[in-house]
Design a protein around this ligand. Structure first.
Ligand code: NAD
Length: 368
């Protein structure tokens, strides 16, 4: 029987509540598909600051290093906003984890199920039948990491500086992830940049063109980021796989998330290089696309589906347990089709049943 080591980091806000639901789904697929997991639960973010004095304690990092994958909840909240920027939960835990494990590829599926078209802020006629986009975002380069980075006084005036820097090798590896992903889908890849203005984007576009020669079966297009932001709300069905640099991806993937209906539906995978010697199992960190939602934390009303689908991505990419991942995805679809809705998805129509976070978790585990 295969056994996988997982580091489980619930974090702050709704993190622990939705993590509990994901672990119910994990138990259900373990017994059904005959594998087991060893879970090491650790503090991260604000919970780690409160209990261990820093957002990413050494024990947490060690547990992640020993694991096959990390299942992450979310971090942050007003309680820690007064801390210096580098000590706050996101800058102090999330970015260092991504950097430490070289998690350069962020995969965010943006799926609007036909049953949830009503929950999207877009007009029904634009998204009739739903849509299915995969956003591939470069995660360890660009402006969030480039140096110099400075906020202070220079030549007698206060200035703020960030640096947008990319190596060709960084663009090559993310482009390959995107082309490979497109191959497993509708074989259409749209590379998003700002090559009419930014030098880094000109290099990005040339490099993506070069890599495209290895993927003649994938149809490549390019789009400026301002146009992409517009097309996402005008015609989301245009996109199959979208690949873009870190900052553009941060913004576009959130836009994509909200047009799907709710942030609470969308998982993400942040992948590094392969681990385990077979070249196929990626080491990764899996987390909901949304944050810690402090406004609804502790009320048992959060939508646990993003966390549950993050678990499904973990099983697919880091454990190669595709059947278990498919079973989770199908269970989510069935439960949604049966009319169960957490508050974020509810539009009060007849035929829907409003459920709590834990009831949704129970229903999905039962459907598995
Ligand atoms: P947020 O994503 O936490 O919340 C935005 C809105 O979406 C809120 O109204 C929230 O209630 C709703 N929402 C999010 N997830 C939901 C779910 N599962 N079910 C139902 N509703 C959901 O973003 P924010 O308010 O900008 O940030 C709150 C905190 O989260 C901040 O401290 C921020 O730094 C942090 N944050 C963390 C991560 C992360 O851990 N990866 C990502 C983004 C923000």
């Amino acid at each position: 029987m295969n056994t996988y080591q997982l580091a489980v980091l619930p974090g702050d806000g709704i993190g622990p509540e939705v993590m509990t639901q994901a672990l119910k789904a994990l138990s259900a697929v373990e017994s059904k598909f005959g594998f087991s997991t060893k879970l090491t639960e650790c503090y991260v973010g604000g919970a780690a600051i409160d209990n261990c004095g820093k957002a990413l304690p050494a024990e947490t990092l060690a547990a992640c290093s020993a694991a096959d994958a990390i299942l992450f909840g979310s971090v942050g909240g007003p309680k820690w906003d007064h801390l210096p920027a580098d000590e706050r939960p996101e800058r102090g835990a999330l970015l260092p984890l991504r950097k430490h494990f070289s998690l350069f590829a962020n995969l965010r599926p943006g799926i609007c199920m036909a049953e949830l078209v009503e929950a999207s802020p877009l007009k029904n006629k634009i998204i009739e039948g739903g849509f299915d986009i995969l956003c591939v975002r470069e995660l360890t380069g660009g402006m969030y990491f480039g140096e110099p980075k400075f906020y202070g006084e220079q030549d007698g005036e206060i200035v703020g500086i960030d640096t947008l820097f990319y190596r060709k090798s960084e663009v090559e590896r993310i482009a390959r992830v995107a082309f490979e992903s497109a191959r497993g889908r509708d074989k259409r890849l749209c590379s998003v940049d700002k090559a009419n203005v930014l030098s880094s984007s000109m290099m990005w576009r040339d490099t993506v063109e070069e890599i495209a020669k290895d993927y003649p079966d994938v149809e490549l297009s390019h789009m400026y980021v301002d146009n992409a932001a517009m097309q996402l709300v005008r015609n989301p069905q245009y996109f199959d796989v979208m690949v873009t640099e870190n900052t553009f991806g941060d913004i576009l993937s959130d836009e994509m998330a909200i047009i799907c209906g709710s942030l609470g539906m969308l998982p993400s995978a942040s992948l590094g290089e392969g681990k385990g010697g077979d070249g196929k199992k990626a080491f990764g960190m899996y987390e909901p696309s949304g944050g810690s939602a402090p406004d609804i934390a502790g009320l048992d009303i959060a939508n646990p589906i993003a966390q549950i689908l993050s678990l499904s991505m973990l099983l697919r990419y880091s454990c190669l347990e595709a059947e278990a991942a498919d079973a989770i995805d199908l269970a989510v679809r069935r439960v949604i089709a049966s009319g169960l809705r957490t508050r974020d998805l509810s539009n009060g129509s007849c035929g829907e049943k409003l459920v709590s976070c834990s009831e949704m978790g129970d229903a999905i585990a039962a459907a598995i």
